[in-house]
Write a protein that binds this ligand. Structure first.
Ligand SMILES: C[S@@+](CC[C@H](N)C(=O)[O-])C[C@H]1O[C@@H](n2cnc3c(N)ncnc32)[C@H](O)[C@@H]1O
Length: 207
């Protein structure tokens, strides 16, 4: 069962997400939240509990919807040594996420890094070294997924997981996602499968 304070914020955000999904054309691209669905949030929440994830990195935070699902699992998995680092470059999303994390009571667990994901991933490698994270979620600019995967694979521990969103939908990303899948699946150091829920998740375990 999801932590009550987290659930309250998730429920409020789900109203915004539902509105966005039914009025997509009226909302300018840069203002869209583009969050994962509740199903996918629940899927990762369950997965993170099952691998006992304590250290998580997210590329593409938006207003923190997915981050709240991760935080709920990490809070169950740890007493106080959990750590979630989440990256975004848009100030209005950072302001919004900061408020959401405060309201959900998870501000001490989640650290937001503002800036270009590539640059921040280099800094994170310097700071934390290899094999540090239990789970990394890729959900930023789709054209950079392959690059993010290559930067993230050394950062995730053996038995840890890299998740990637939008593998199946929206259709305009299909070609880029096909390239991502063939890149990931040609790597002998991972095993990878598409989970066909909602927009589709690629779940890749480091062997
Ligand atoms: C799909 S949304 C993330 C949704 C979030 N994971 C969720 O499900 O709640 C993608 C986010 O990535 C950010 N983003 C896109 N490209 C980026 C980049 N190169 N560096 C940093 N952030 C980026 C955007 O500002 C946007 O907020």
């Amino acid at each position: 069962m999801v932590n009550e304070k987290i659930q309250n914020v998730l429920s409020r955000l789900e109203k915004d997400i539902d509105y966005e999904n039914s009025h997509r054309d009226e909302i300018p691209g840069e203002k869209r939240l583009n969050c994962i669905s509740r199903n996918i949030g629940m899927f990762y929440n369950t997965l993170l509990m099952s691998i006992n994830a304590k250290k998580i990195l997210e590329i593409g935070m938006s207003v923190g919807y997915s981050g709240l699902w991760f935080a709920d699992a990490v809070m169950l998995n740890t007493k106080s040594d959990g750590q979630i680092i989440t990256i975004d470059r848009e100030q209005f999303k950072i302001d919004n996420a900061t408020r959401n994390f405060e309201e959900a009571g998870v501000s001490s667990l989640i650290k937001i890094r503002k800036g270009e994901a590539r640059k921040i991933l280099d800094e994170i490698k310097e700071e934390f070294g290899e094999n540090y994270f239990d789970f990394i979620f890729i959900d930023a600019d789709k054209e950079s997924y392959i690059e993010y995967f290559d930067l993230c694979l050394p950062l995730v521990r053996k038995g840890g997981i890299i998740g990637a969103d939008n593998i199946l939908l929206p259709e305009r990303f299909n070609e880029m996602m096909a390239d991502y899948l063939s890149h990931v699946r040609s790597n002998p150091n991972v095993q990878s499968v598409t989970v066909p829920i909602d927009n589709g998740e690629e779940v890749t375990i480091k062997l």
